[in-house]
Design a protein around this ligand. Structure first.
Ligand code: 8YV
Length: 329
């Protein structure tokens, strides 16, 4: 009936999660998982009260202006750089993200990608598949050790701490980190992590893992100047967001041997990948899958749905990214 809130689900999602929304709301679902332009998304959002987005849908000031009925955007992602949060807050639009449920899965993947990078798993697999493996040799695909090495973490939130715990407790790594704010002593001890300034982090890390949220402030946090501070034997792993690394500068540093290798799950302008990254050998590339286990993706979808269900039932949400003065319903 017309009294039900109207919800747009902008990408195909788990049927069992969709069914919970359809039981309560009037739902338009992108069942075919069609690619929508910003204009398509704006058109679909006409008259909608809420939307379930993923990190790929941009909620801009222009879109909000064109969709005055919109009250909530529930992101199925912990990152929400696809939201113009100040514009949402100014218009009284609630934003929510999907933290916590993906922390351990994403940290597992980050650690795996770091190890694959250090031990040259992608490069050596390509060599084998190409039929180039003729015999053993003493220096064939030698990489660098994880155990006992110095793990550097830039961005020490929940996922960064998950990586730190794995390195410290599982692999006997020395863990150093840099973050906008220092962790309290208890959290530092649980991670075995020591706070250092950014240039010390860059200079000392054998394996540097990036876990910054993307913002204007974190844009190109790793560029030519930062890469120049790193050890020539170091690896760099990014499971956070494209755009915190200058991909052109990184490709250049990989090709020139300024750093040893990189593992990248996220890219500037993804799903496009900088052509130079596709041709340098010493990089492991994955298509933004760090949170991709069925259990975790289901939990992320459920949390996004729970935020919508709670919001229209009570005006409250579980995981807000902004605080509104008076909640509109
Ligand atoms: C998502 C992510 O798969 O949670 C995030 O911030 O980047 C990934 O877990 C992606 O954003 C799609 O929602």
């Amino acid at each position: 009936s017309s009294s039900k809130p109207r919800i747009l689900v902008s990408r195909a999602i788990f049927p069992e999660v969709l069914a919970q929304l359809e039981a309560v709301f009037e739902v338009e679902h992108n069942q075919a998982d069609a690619v929508w332009s910003a204009q398509d998304l704006t058109a679909r959002l006409q008259g909608k009260d809420g939307v379930l987005t993923t990190g790929g849908e941009r909620i801009s000031a222009e879109l909000l202006q064109a969709c005055p009925q919109l009250k909530i955007c529930a992101n199925m992602a912990v990152g929400f750089n696809n939201f113009d949060v100040p514009a949402m807050t100014a218009r009284g639009v609630q934003g929510t993200n999907a933290p916590d449920v993906l922390t351990e899965t994403t940290a597992d993947f980050g650690f795996a990608l770091m190890m694959a990078t250090a031990r040259r798993m992608a490069e050596s697999e390509h060599f084998l598949r190409a039929g180039l493996w003729k015999r053993w040799s003493y220096d064939m695909f030698c990489g660098s050790d994880i155990h006992g090495a110095t793990l550097g973490i830039l961005g020490m939130g929940r996922i960064g701490q998950g990586i730190a715990r794995r390195g410290f407790h599982g692999f006997g790594m020395k863990v150093i980190y840099h973050n906008r704010s220092r962790l309290d002593a208890g959290l530092e001890a649980a991670c075995g992590a020591q706070y250092v300034d950014k240039s010390t982090l860059l200079a000392q890390a054998d394996h540097l893992v990036l876990l910054l949220p993307y913002s204007a402030e974190s844009h190109h946090s790793i560029g030519a100047a930062e890469l120049a501070l790193m050890k020539p034997t170091a690896t760099l792993t990014n499971i956070a967001r494209g755009g915190i690394v200058d991909d052109a500068a990184l490709a250049h540093a990989l090709r020139s041997g300024q750093i040893a290798a990189a593992g990248l799950d996220v890219f500037e302008g993804e799903p496009q990948v900088h052509p130079d990254l596709l041709t340098v050998p010493n990089v492991v590339l994955t298509p933004h899958i760090a949170s991709a286990t069925l259990n975790t993706r289901r939990a992320m979808a459920q949390l996004a749905a729970d935020n919508l269900l709670r919001f229209f039932a009570t005006g409250e949400v579980l995981t807000p990214v902004n605080t509104l003065g008076a909640v509109r319903r």
